[in-house]
Design a protein. Structure first.
Length: 283
C-alpha cells in the first residue's frame, strides 16, 4: 500500500489566508514550510487511487503528486473516503465533479447532510454514494479492505440543530490484502478511546489528528484532542512504539509547524513524525 499525504494543515492551510500571526508571517516569508489543508491518497496497486477527504486545494494537491496524474481523459482517482462532514474535507468534491463513476464513502449522518450537494454533483457526472459504516467493511479496487470506526466528535457547524450522533466522525482502518500492511487514518479525534487504542495497537502506521499542541489551545477550539499533556494523544501514542506514528491536520497556532521548536523536539523524541505535504511511504 502506498500512502501520499497530499496536505497536512488544518482548515485554511498554512499560512492561513486571514491570519498575520508570527508563524503565518514566517511562512509567507519562506522561513517556515507552507502546508495545504489535510488530505491523503492511498493505493494497493499504484493504479487505483482513493482519496481520504477532499480539501479545497485538491486540484493543486493532485497536480503536485505525479502518481495521481491522469492519462488521456482518464484519472486514476476512483473515489473518496470522508472521515466527517467538515467543509474543509468536502470542498474538493466540487473540483472532482467531472469524473464519472466516482464512489464516495461516508457515515450515514454525513451522507444525509450532503444530500443537496449530492444532487448537484450527480448532475455533472453520476457518482455512487455508499455507507462507510456498512457491517463487515468494504473492499476498494486495488486490493484494499476498509472498515470505518466512529470516534468521538461533534457535527459540523452548518448542520441545522447540530443533531447529536456518535457517527459524525470516523477513523478508517485500511489493510492491503497482498502485504497485510495496515494504515489507520484519523485526522479528527476528540477523545482517545479504547476503540482507537485497539486500532492503533494493531496497525503498522497511524496518521493522527495533530491540530493543537497544548490543552488550553484545544479547549478553546473544543473539537480536537491536544497533542501534549497527561491525556493528550502523544501520551497515548507512546504506548505503541512499534507503530509508525504521524501527525496531520496542524493548525496555524501549533508550534509543531516550526521544525526548530521545542514542541517538535518533544514529539520527535517520542518517535512520532511530522511530515511535509507530498510525503509518501509504503506499508
Amino acid at each position: 500500500m502506498r500512502v501520499v499525504l497530499l496536505g497536512t494543515a488544518a482548515g485554511g492551510g498554512f499560512p492561513r489566508w486571514n491570519c498575520a500571526c508570527a508563524r503565518c508571517a514566517a511562512a509567507r516569508d519562506g522561513k517556515l514550510p507552507t502546508r495545504t489543508p489535510e488530505c491523503a491518497a492511498v493505493t494497493g496497486n499504484s493504479r487505483d487511487w482513493w482519496l481520504l477527504n477532499t480539501s479545497p486545494d485538491i486540484r493543486a494537491q493532485l497536480t503536485a503528486a505525479s502518481a495521481l496524474w491522469p492519462g488521456p481523459r482518464h484519472t486514476p482517482v476512483r473515489g473518496v473516503l470522508l472521515t466527517d462532514g467538515e467543509a474543509d474535507h468536502l470542498a474538493g468534491l466540487a473540483v472532482l465533479r467531472e469524473a464519472a463513476g466516482m464512489k464516495t464513502y461516508a457515515a450515514p449522518p454525513v451522507l444525509a447532510a450532503l444530500a443537496p450537494a449530492r444532487v448537484a454533483l450527480d448532475r455533472h457526472a453520476p457518482w455512487e454514494w455508499a455507507d462507510s459504516l456498512t457491517e463487515g467493511g468494504f473492499v476498494l479496487s486495488g486490493g484494499l479492505v476498509v472498515t470505518a470506526h466512529p470516534v468521538v466528535g461533534e457535527p459540523p457547524a452548518y448542520v441545522p440543530g447540530r443533531a447529536k450522533d456518535r457517527r459524525w466522525v470516523t477513523a478508517y482502518r485500511i489493510e492491503d490484502l497482498a502485504t497485510g500492511g495496515v494504515l489507520v487514518y484519523a485526522p479528527r479525534v476528540g477523545t482517545w478511546t479504547a476503540v482507537l487504542d485497539d486500532l492503533v495497537a494493531a496497525a503498522d502506521c497511524v496518521v493522527l489528528d495533530g491540530t493543537h499542541f497544548a490543552a488550553d489551545e484545544a479547549a478553546r477550539a473544543g473539537r480536537h484532542l491536544p497533542v501534549s499533556g497527561p491525556v493528550g494523544s502523544l501520551t497515548a501514542l507512546t504506548r505503541h512504539p512499534h507503530v509508525r506514528r504521524v501527525y496531520t491536520h496542524l493548525a496555524d497556532t501549533n508550534p509543531l509547524l516550526d521544525p526548530a521548536s521545542t514542541a517538535r523536539a518533544q514529539v520527535a523524541e517520542a518517535g512520532v513524525e511530522v511530515l511535509a505535504d507530498g510525503a509518501e511511504f509504503v506499508l
